[in-house]
Design a protein around this ligand. Structure first.
Ligand SMILES: Cc1cc2nc3c(=O)[nH]c(=O)nc-3n(C[C@H](O)[C@H](O)[C@H](O)COP(=O)(O)OP(=O)(O)OC[C@H]3O[C@@H](n4cnc5c(N)ncnc54)[C@H](O)[C@@H]3O)c2cc1C
Length: 496
């Protein structure tokens, strides 16, 4: 009889590869199907935030990637005359999450690190050259139907399936989810270069050139990589716009061919869309399969990493029988409103950049120049019912990552488990039933290890979910026991 995998992941892009690593760290047997024989080698994402780095730390590649990150100093918005409209400086030292809030990176480096870690694991089987075409689920598992490159049929079974199969997701279509368009799409040229020795000095960070005659974005990538994004205007021909003899004249105020090596230039359609549902029984979608955002905030890949860590702990509890599979409904409830806020924010700042009406652009400039504008990142709260903790403003927000005794980062100590931080001496009052519930949830109890952090929150107890979001806080023993009772686990028999 063929093996039934715990989880099959469709698509070996960053979302799929991160999920494979997270599940592998939980001891799950995973199958990954990828249609292409090789990874996509060219740059896409150039910015990764501190929360996403923390997910990659949990996936086991934080330190590998750390050496490849660059400082992302700021994003500046300029009017057509070079006057600063908005400044968005970023801290250059790690924040409370243990990572810098903004980092420059090269997406193929990230995918390579994730895939290299998996290559050493006996728990994960990666099958390239297989295109998923069908899914058939019953009460026990899902049968996956795929096609080899030669057109041969291929089948496998898995208890859960996650479609990380990108913007044109087959899995999304197979679960009957519709894409809701959140804002009109835009066409932009994306041109990636590597600076040659002797290249002229270029700006630090990202500059949004808000010129109504032709909006541009300049991005300082990792190492010597530099990107320009150029908005297409009515009358521009997307079929020829990315040809080198068109690209260089567009960028002549910054570079000429002797300064740079063109890595690729392509016209992308920047989309804003979200799938109507992200789960059908044993099948889920994540990453670009579930949502797409224009890259003005550098959040598409970050949002996909947020999806997969949210799914990883919930699937693990459902597989072990520690939680009802209904727990998986909270995935869409929590993250759909969350990512929708990021997409709205990307479109808000995209609206400043992409204004081509000279009068409206002038009004925008006057408004922004009249008082200094400094942007800060949004930090949305998770949606959903949050297990009755919604009235607690901390629940559903991102927790800090304290440094624990022995100079250890909390996430490294806790792994993909609930962290229960309690002030010194507090856990002695917990009842046996409370301890049993913590055991079933696989929670790691840390007593007296982060008293300073708890003091800043005004709490005696803090429960942090495996995806680094706050489950809830408590000040008294009764509140703490009620909080632990609310953990989404069922005590009793489990099938491991
Ligand atoms: C120009 C640009 C700039 C960007 N900048 C940023 C940024 O700065 N920061 C950021 O966070 N994000 C950014 N993004 C977004 C980011 O690149 C994407 O969100 C990310 O690559 C999506 O990852 P994914 O794993 O969901 O999908 P993908 O990377 O698209 O991977 C999907 C995989 O599924 C495979 N697949 C598809 N269908 C099947 C099938 N039927 N069977 C088997 N395999 C299948 C595909 O071959 C592919 O390998 C940018 C994107 C672009 C285009």
């Amino acid at each position: 009889m063929t093996e039934t995998y715990d989880v099959a992941i469709i698509g070996y892009g960053p979302a799929g590869a991160a999920l494979a690593n997270l599940l592998e760290r939980q001891g799950r047997r995973v199958l990954v199907l990828e249609q292409f024989p090789q990874s996509y080698p060219l740059p896409r994402a150039t910015h990764i935030d501190g929360e996403a780095m923390r997910v990659l730390q949990s996936a086991g590649i934080g330190d590998v990637l750390a050496s490849q990150l660059g400082i992302y100093a700021r994003m500046r918005f300029e009017d057509k005359d070079g006057r600063m409209l908005i400044d968005w400086p970023r801290p250059i030292t790690p924040g409370i999450h243990g990572w810098r809030d903004s980092n420059r990176f090269h997406q193929p480096d990230l995918e390579h690190a994730l895939q290299t870690r998996i290559a050493g694991s006996s728990l994960v089987t990666v099958q390239r050259g297989l295109r998923l075409t069908g899914l058939d689920q019953d009460e026990h598992a899902v049968t996956l139907v795929a096609q080899t490159e030669a057109g041969e049929p291929w089948q496998a079974r898995a208890r859960y399936v996650v479609g990380c199969d990108g913007a044109n997701s087959t899995v999304r279509a197979l679960i009957g989810a519709e894409l809701t368009i959140l804002a009109p799409s835009q066409q932009w040229l994306v041109a990636d270069f590597i600076l040659n020795p002797g290249a002229p000095e270029l700006p630090e960070g990202t500059v949004q050139y808000c010129d109504p005659a032709r909006p541009f974005t300049y991005i300082e990538g990792a190492g010597r990589r530099r990107r320009w994004e150029v908005m297409l205007l009515p009358g521009d021909d997307p079929a020829t716009f990315a040809l080198p003899d068109q690209v260089y004249p567009l960028l002549k105020r910054w570079i000429s061919p002797e300064h740079v090596t063109l890595e690729r230039a392509v016209v992308y359609v920047f989309r804003s869309a979200i799938a109507s549902h992200w789960r059908d029984g044993r099948v889920m979608i994540a990453g670009d399969a579930a949502h797409q955002t224009p890259p003005f905030l550098g959040q598409g890949l970050c949002a996909g990493l947020r999806d997969v860590i949210n799914l990883a702990w919930k699937i693990d509890l459902a597989l072990s029988g520690a939680a009802d599979p209904g727990l998986l409904d909270s995935y869409h409830q929590e993250l759909a409103p969350h990512v929708t806020q990021y997409i709205a924010e990307a479109n808000r700042i995209g609206g400043f950049i992409a204004e081509t009406d000279p009068d409206k652009a002038q009004a925008r400039d006057a408004m922004l120049l009249s008082s200094p504008q400094v942007m800060t990142p949004i930090r949305p709260r998770l949606g959903g019912a949050l297990w009755g903790q919604s009235a607690n403003p901390l629940a559903g927000t991102l927790a800090a990552q304290p440094i624990l005794p022995g100079d250890k980062r909390m996430d490294d100590v806790v792994g993909l488990h609930f962290a229960v931080l309690v002030i010194t001496g507090f856990a002695a009052g917990f009842s046996p039933a409370t301890h049993d519930r913590l055991r079933v949830a696989g929670a790691v109890l840390l007593e007296g290890d982060a008293d300073d952090y708890l003091a800043t929150l005004g709490a005696a107890v803090l429960i942090i979910r495996p995806d680094h979001y706050i489950f809830g806080t408590a000040s008294t023993l009764a509140e703490a026991e009620a909080l632990i009772t609310a953990l989404p686990v069922i005590t009793g028999q489990h099938d491991g």
